[in-house]
Design a protein around this ligand. Structure first.
Ligand code: PGA
Length: 255
């Protein structure tokens, strides 16, 4: 099975930060990680800070991105931000389908699929979040839930759309809690996703990274990201503390 060469660590700052905070935070991360070169590193910021992220990270090994994107290319969509606008700031990543959006803003799997493909169309890297609720896990249907999320995209755009992209397995019960998935759970679901994508033997999907997100910190990063099936991590709270984020990146870099 196609394995990716580099692991990836992406920070999701969510609705946090300010010009002042970011200035210190981004520079601290940039300086401390300047020699870390066996992993890809990204920071996804709120839209107003894309320019600041670009200015600080443009001459570094750290990429930047957004936490969402509009599903339409342009037009009368008040408050939306198009993928072309993201590319104006050289953003590399766009998170799509984060559960905090799909739950709070009723984002459908259909919309997420459109967003995924629009990000691909501009040669950015979509970071698709998939995962089940606690009730769904307790009911034992986590595989079905995750498969449905992925199949909605595949049905519309084919397996090839997953080339050069990232899927984050993020069980909703693990996000913002202090309960990360166990290495066994993460391993099982990341393998499940990989097998699902690669079961289409007509297409070889290069450089699809399957990562884990949900309460990753410097204490569990080695166990989770050290798994062969886990190509890296999506970090929420841990990316708000520069020392913690740096430590996580160094740990993953050492694997
Ligand atoms: P957390 O968030 O690391 O704070 O659990 C992860 C995420 O929402 O991507």
């Amino acid at each position: 099975m196609n394995k990716v060469s580099k692991k990836v660590v992406v920070g999701n700052l969510k609705m946090n930060g300010s010009l002042d905070f970011n200035e210190k935070h981004f520079n601290q991360i940039k300086i401390a990680l300047k020699d870390v070169n066996t992993i890809d590193i990204g920071i996804c910021v709120s839209y107003p800070y894309l320019f600041q992220a670009q200015m600080i990270f443009q001459d570094s090994n750290i990429s930047w991105g957004s936490q969402n994107v509009a599903k339409d290319e342009k037009g009368p969509f008040t408050g939306e931000v198009s993928v072309a606008m993201l590319t104006d700031f050289n953003a590399k990543y766009a998170i799509v389908g984060h559960s905090e959006r799909s739950t709070a803003y009723c984002e459908s799997d259909e919309n997420i699929a459109t967003k995924f493909s629009i990000v691909k169309s501009k040669s950015m890297t979509p970071l698709l979040c998939v995962g089940e609720t606690l009730i769904e896990r307790e009911a034992g249907i986590m595989e079905r839930v995750v498969a449905n999320q992925i199949e909605t995209i595949r049905k519309k755009y084919g397996t090839n759309v997953f080339k050069n992209s990232i899927i984050a397995y993020e069980p909703i019960w693990a996000i913002g809690s202090d309960l990360a998935a166990s290495p066994e759970q993460a391993d099982h679901m990341c393998n499940f996703i990989r097998n699902l994508i690669h079961e289409d033997k007509n297409n070889s999907i290069d450089d699809l990274k399957i990562i884990y997100g949900g309460s990753v910190n410097s204490k569990n990063a080695l166990q989770l990201c050290g798994l062969e099936s886990v190509d890296g991590a999506l970090i929420g709270r841990g990316s708000l503390n520069a020392e913690e984020f740096i430590k996580i990146c160094q740990i993953v870099n050492s694997i």
